[in-house]
Write a protein that binds this ligand. Sequence first.
Ligand code: PGA
Length: 240
Amino acid sequence: MRIIICENYEELSEKGAEFFKAQVTLKPDSVLGLATGGTPVGLYKKLIEYNKNGSLDFSRVTSFNLDEYYPIAPDNDQSYRYFMNENLFDHVNIDKTRTYVPDGLAKDPEAQCKAYEALLEEKGPVDIQLLGIGRNGHIGFNEPDEKLNAVTHITGLTESTVEANARFFADISQVPTKALTMGIGTILKSKKIVMLISGKEKHEVLSELLNDDITTKNPATLLKVHPDVVIICDKAAYEG
Ligand code: PGA
């Protein structure tokens, strides 16, 4: 794993965005793996800026998001489909029919997960995957556990994740307790992985990631087996 330490969130967002810009410049029909949460918002703002000033063209890009709450409607303003539309897709020249997010309303969630994994096999591999990290080390919604899933699956959210995500909802009781998420194996199939880590509340998990061995108790440590992972963090996360 390579680590880039930035002065602040602004610099982290710009550095991260540069990786995506370079990827699409070199390969205009790239498959991007995208993430939600507070951390990538600044990176998406930069990508919108590049698209508006003509230096980044999304017209041939395909994208796959890591996860989606379950159950949730795509037009619910807390869904990850809604988040992606608001924070990126509605502002750039991407063909929305090629932006994939797991279907939070699927009648048969297991079948939806299988179909999502199959679609990734067909259109992938992901050229560059963006990741955030939970305070408990989760990536996507792969929460710490004795065993981790290799492929896309439906999962329950831990109490700490429900609490962390409650800030986006009117009330904690409204936070969905399940999600559809790519598995660890799905994520590791990406050719390149860029992980953004910002803020002092992520210091502990970042230290664990850098210093500890691989453990399913911190799912992000599984990234250590991948040959091309770049961690972009700010000083607040690095120094605590
Ligand atoms: P955050 O979420 O960027 O909102 O901290 C990261 C994550 O839970 O993966």
